[in-house]
Each structure stands twice: as C-alpha cells, then as structure tokens.
Design a protein around this ligand. Structure first.
Ligand code: GLY
Length: 283
C-alpha cells in the first residue's frame, strides 16, 4: 500500500465509517457524572438510527462486534485517528479501554484500501481520538486526562504534514466534547468557561483562519460533519436556541440525530464512528 502525498490541506470527506455495536455492559460505561442511568434499548435504537443516517449520507458502514469486556467500546473514535492514508492506532488514556484497539487495527487493515497503520511506540504516550480535532488544514489536540504530551508528540510524528497544536482540557472529557468541525473551515464551540478559554486559544494559536459558531452548551457543540451533512442533536437535547444558531450558520444539510443515552456517559456524535476517506488512499 502506498500513501498519498499531502499538500497540507485535505478536504473533510468520508466514504467509510467504522462503528462498533453496543454491548449490554454499555450501561456501565465510564462517565464524569453518574447521575443519569442509561436506557440500553433506547441507546441501541439511537445507535441504529446513527448508522442508518451515515448510510443515507452515502457512507459505507463497517460494523464491528460488541465486546462485553469493554463497556466503552462503541466509542471507536478514541482508538484510531485516521487522516488521509494514515491511521494511528491509539493507546487510550483510561486503562479499562486499552483492549479496544485490537479489532479496530484488524478492521483498518481489512479495508478495501487499507491505510498505513502506525502504532504508539512510546509506552508512556496516551491519546484518545476524542481529543484530536483535524480541521482539514491542521490538528488541534486536547491535552486532557486521557491524552498526554507524549501522545501529542506521537501525533506530530505520525502526521508530519500538519501542524499540531495542544490545548489544555481540564474539566471536559475531551477537546471534541466542546469543539467540533461543523463545516469546511467552520468550528462549533461550546459555552462553558473551558470552551471560552479554548476558543480564545484557538483563535490566537491556529495556523489558519476559521469561522467559529458559538453555542451556550458544550453538548450542542458536538456535531458530526459527514460530507455536506451535519448531524446535530435535536433542540430538545441541546436547547432550541442552540439548534437555531446551528441552523443559521451551518452551510451543510442539518440532520437531527438523537443521542441522549450516549451523552449520559460523555459520548458525543463524533465518538461513535471513525470516518475514513478511501479516496485518499491509493490502492
Ligand atoms: N465514556 C466515554 C469514556 O469515558 O471514554
């Protein structure tokens, strides 16, 4: 397999998504706030709808089997960072998640056009993919309880064509818990103190100019850009005023994707898929 040379700018396009089915132990998934119980059947319905919506957007979905040893296994974005023709299989920051990568690695290798697989060789380096925000031009990384400085260095080594800028994340789980791409060169940002500080740092440290859509809830800022479509949680989940702001600013087609059961365990719309552009991988 040969990789492609990057120009340093890459369109955010997806042909394929890897997802992982929900185990029954999903109700015991890690969470910062354990006050709300996950309703398993509802989570499964929401997940099926998420997959169908990806398919409606023309994305081929590869579903991996659930694993009852890993309550958080549907959050596949944490175990692989795929940019163009390269895939970094991560070492997640939480010890309970460190066996989740095995099937992801195999799935990546089995793709029709397999990306070049990179491993995190430094045993002290940790990355959760939820901390990695690729804008199409550069990489922003949350330095959080899950992703450390050595992990940031590993990302920089794996994707040398792109500038890698870390931002401290202290109270949220991941960077993408408070900021995601909602269009080409457009970033949705949440509303708490940490989101405000991250936005300020992004504006001053980004190597490129972006349009920022400011929302007053971090949950609202977690959207999923799938080609010209933007998955957003419905107004009942994120507040109708946030929904209206997204609708006003986002250029793509807005699709409502309910995700309440995932949010109870810090799961966001980006968390449940690894998006891949097979056209960026030469065969
Ligand atoms: N529940 C998502 C995580 O903590 O990794």
């Amino acid at each position: 397999m040969q990789g492609v040379a990057y120009s340093g700018i890459m369109a955010l396009r997806s042909t394929t998504a890897i997802v992982r089915n929900i185990p029954n132990v999903f109700v015991e998934a890690l969470r910062l706030d354990g006050s709300q119980a996950v309703v398993l059947e509802k989570a499964k319905q929401q997940f099926n709808n998420y997959i169908e919506t990806l398919e409606q957007c023309g994305v081929k979905v590869v579903s991996l089997p659930s694993d009852e040893r890993f309550p958080d296994c549907p959050f596949v974005e944490d175990v692989a960072v795929v940019i163009g023709a390269r895939a970094l299989v991560t070492r997640p920051g939480h010890p309970s998640r460190r066996g989740e990568m095995t099937v992801m690695r195999e799935a990546l290798k089995s793709l029709q056009k397999a990306p070049q697989i990179y491993e995190m060789e430094d045993p002290e380096a940790f990355v959760d993919g939820g901390d990695v925000l690729f804008t199409g031009r550069e990489i922003f990384v949350g330095q959080s309880s899950r992703t450390n400085q050595k992990g940031v260095q590993c990302l920089a080594k794996t994707f040398p064509e792109f500038s890698v800028t870390p931002f401290p994340i202290r109270s949220s789980l991941h960077l993408k818990s408070l900021a995601t791409m909602c269009g080409d060169d457009m970033i949705a940002v949440g509303g708490d103190q940490e989101a405000a500080e991250t936005l300020k740092s992004m504006k001053s440290q980004a190597k490129f100019k972006y349009n920022y859509v400011q929302l007053d809830s971090n949950s609202a800022a977690n959207v999923l850009l799938v080609n010209d479509n933007v998955f957003v949680k419905p107004g009942e989940e994120i507040g109708h005023h946030n929904y209206d702001i997204l609708k006003k600013h986002v250029k793509g087609r807005i699709i409502d994707v309910p995700f309440s059961e995932f949010y109870k365990v810090d799961g966001c719309l980006t968390c449940c898929s690894v998006l891949i552009n097979q056209e960026a991988v030469s065969g």
